[in-house]
Write a protein that binds this ligand. Structure first.
Ligand code: PSV
Ligand code: MN
Length: 401
């Protein structure tokens, strides 16, 4: 038998990368299809959905052209539907269009009562109201068949002394415990952190450490959600990813890009190299293996760009970062690291990052019966023109700000 050559190793890496890329699934957010903006202005766009169903129609188109977006995340109350079977019917509607309802995102940040916080509010009546909403979200998960409940709290304080920081942690823990106890065996909660805004002095869940500490106490079905836009500039997000994966506590991603604040720009737009480094740590920690349990999701709004092509572009950016991460040669990297060859180790990563993976992804899509260029295929499809004509009347959906 002849020794395997470098060429054989490369062929095996590419084959494994293709298989992983074909398994990849990324949820798209219902709110990414609706109108959105900054606190200064929400710009309306022609053809924007007027209902949760129309958002699903758009999401289904995205999946049709990319093949990697089979789930759609809902945000309650932005996607509230009425009637005893409202959510079951919505789930059925989604399935008829080739997608499924995914993560249920709770919203305890857009009600006057929450001015001083939701689950950490000093007023027990407000805390009860917030908890009722979170439990209602689990009822909705039962109806939709969703696995994950996403929890993000805008809670925090603006001024030193405004409230007792320590007590607020206790109130938070109490609410999380109540939600955790309500979850079904197959359901999970993913706790998202964000270090600033709308509270600017002290945020109650500011970082991965706080989220991790709460999740650890709760148990296995409580996991941390990393929103890539929620860190201070310069934060090494891939380190957080590596650590959480190692501890079995990385439950979900909200992908987006951050230039200055929060999360409204396309994933991979601001810093594709950072996205690659994150995806490499995901791969290294087994997060790309089937059954890893990580919910990969976009959390973006498209304020000035066309929404559906922007969602498609974002998915392609995540896909490209993933493909590059999959091309890292683990044996060469490990050998360089073991021998302390700093430059060689760095070169292994950079070689993968600098590979043009677009031909590989075009091949993957062709093998899956998709158009190799999803954006062009979308533009050719006539969907954009159709929704502008059909959705001329009525109230466009927005994110409610
Ligand atoms: C908060 O900034 C956040 O990232 C949370 O995930 C919210 O639910 C989402 O944005 C709304 O877009
Ligand atoms: Mn988020």
């Amino acid at each position: 038998m002849t020794e395997p050559t470098a060429h054989d190793a490369r062929t095996a890496t590419v084959a494994a990368a293709k298989a992983a890329l074909k398994r990849q699934a990324i949820e798209t957010p219902s709110w990414g299809y609706g109108n959105s903006g900054t606190r200064f202005k929400v710009f309306a766009q022609a053809g924007v959905p007027r209902s949760p169903r129309e958002k699903l129609d758009d999401a289904a188109k995205v999946h049709e052209f990319t093949g990697i977006a089979p789930f759609v995340a809902l945000h309650i109350p932005w996607d509230r539907v009425e009637g005893p079977d409202g959510y079951q019917d919505l789930a059925k509607y989604a399935e008829e269009r080739g997608v499924k309802l995914g993560t249920i995102n709770s919203n305890v940040f857009q009600d006057d009562d929450y001015k001083l916080g939701s689950v950490t509010n000093p007023d027990p009546a407000v805390r009860r109201k917030a908890l009722r909403h979170l439990l209602e979200c689990v009822d909705i998960m039962d109806a939709t068949g969703s696995r994950d409940l996403k929890l993000w709290f805008s809670d925090g304080t603006n001024y030193p002394g405004q409230d007792d920081i320590r007590d607020r942690q206790g109130r938070l823990a109490e609410a999380l415990q109540a939600v955790y106890e309500r979850l079904g065996d197959e359901q999970r909660m993913v706790l998202e952190y964000k270090f600033f805004e709308p509270a600017f002095y002290a945020t109650d869940v500011p970082d991965w450490g706080t989220a991790y500490a709460h999740c650890l106490k709760l148990g296995e079905r409580a996991q941390v959600c990393v929103d890539t836009g929620h860190h201070a500039p310069g934060t090494n997000i891939e380190f957080i990813v590596a650590l959480l994966l190692r501890e079995g506590k990385l439950g979900a991603f909200d992908f987006n890009s951050r230039f200055y604040a929060d999360d409204d720009l396309m994933a991979g737009a601001a810093d594709p190299f950072q996205l690659f480094r994150i995806m490499y740590e995901v791969r290294r920690g087994g997060g790309l293996d089937g059954g890893s349990g990580i919910a990969f999701m976009l959390d973006q709004c498209h304020n000035v760009e066309a929404k559906i092509p922007a969602v498609i572009r974002s998915l392609m950016n995540v896909q490209e970062a993933t493909a590059k991460a999959l091309l890292v040669d683990p044996d060469a990297l490990a050998a360089a690291q073991r021998s302390g060859d700093v430059l060689a180790a760095n070169a292994v990563l950079m070689d993968a990052y600098n590979t043009d993976v677009r031909p590989l992804l075009a091949e993957v899509r062709t093998e899956q019966g998709l158009d190799p260029d999803p954006v062009a295929a979308y533009h050719r499809s006539g969907w954009a023109e159709r929704i502008v004509a059909e959705r001329a009347d009525g109230q466009q959906a927005g994110w409610g700000a």
